[in-house]
Ligand binder design. Structure first.
Ligand code: ATR
Length: 270
């Protein structure tokens, strides 16, 4: 029988995850289906239970349910604990197992796809919401020279940095952190790009990379970076890599991401 997987979100109509997992399954010869499920804003738990009751084997979770998925999980991996959010669920003998593959996906996109080693670099992470929280520990594990977290609400960034103070050189604060230093890697984990809101511009070091987690649109952040002659990239690679990590978890085989990423970029440009 075909194994069922799904991504839960609200909204979910534009999710690329069904297409990504269909390409992975075809490539790896895995017999599975993967659908997008619009969960009601007030009953994510009910939608998930319904899916499990009808034979669901695993699920991805996206906005705005990642924190709820964290709370619903019977067992959580260390990286899910660190992120305080869950984007990948597996259903089996241990109950609902919650994991978070977002940070691993970002690091893999940086190191493997983009050839950027965060080790020894000055990193600026913009934002202190769910998207930022998921990547702090995986970034620190790459041993950057320092990780600065700057957020509109400075206290949130300070608290986030404090949680990981034992894991590396990290500092949180408001956008004043952008003053008086240049960054090798700037990651925009705010949702400002979705509304077109403009963030204060950081100073980019020579050969800096500007990484916009939002994908598929020219955001003010990317425009600022291009104006400063920094290399720019959007979050499509992170999306595909977090999906590959989930696929590996569920099926025990790591799919090749390069052809999938190339196919998605080609569709977008068509
Ligand atoms: P997500 O899960 O996508 O991170 P979130 O938890 O709501 O969503 O966090 C959104 C992030 O984008 C926050 O860091 C938010 O800053 P605040 O903590 O000050 O709210 C940031 N953000 C959203 N819109 C912004 C804007 N117009 N300017 C600056 N930061 C913005």
């Amino acid at each position: 029988m075909t194994d069922r997987y799904a991504v839960f979100g609200n909204p979910i109509g534009h999710s690329l995850s069904p297409r990504i997992h269909a390409l992975f399954a075809a490539q790896c010869g895995e017999d599975l289906s993967y659908e997008a499920i619009l969960a009601p804003l007030d009953d994510f738990a009910g939608a998930l239970r319904g899916f499990i009751a009808t034979g669901g084997r695993g699920a991805n979770v996206t906005v705005p349910f990642k924190e709820q998925a964290y709370r619903l999980a019977d067992v959580r991996t260390p990286r899910a604990e660190a992120a305080g959010a869950v984007n990948t669920l597996s259903f089996g003998g241990d109950g609902i197992v919650g994991d978070n593959t977002d940070g691993a996906g970002l690091v893999r996109d940086l190191t493997v796809n983009l050839g950027v080693d965060p080790g020894g670099r000055r990193i600026l992470l913009l934002g202190a919401g769910g998207a930022a929280r998921g990547v702090v520990l995986p970034l620190l594990e790459q041993k950057p020279a320092a990780l600065f977290i700057a957020n509109r609400t400075a206290d949130k960034a300070r608290q986030l940095a404090a949680r990981f103070a034992a894991q590396g050189r990290i500092q949180g604060g408001g956008f004043e952190l952008l003053d008086a230093r240049a960054f090798d890697l700037v990651i925009n984990a705010t949702s400002a790009g979705l509304t077109g809101a403009v963030l204060p511009a950081p100073t980019f070091a020579a050969d800096a990379l500007a990484y916009e987690m939002v994908y598929g649109r020219m955001t003010p952040f990317l425009r600022q970076a291009q104006a400063a002659c920094a290399r720019t990239v959007d979050g499509l690679g992170m999306l595909v890599e977090q999906a590959a990590e989930a696929f590996l978890l569920w099926r025990g085989v790591r799919p090749q991401t390069a052809p999938v990423l190339a196919a998605l970029r080609a569709i977008r440009q068509a």
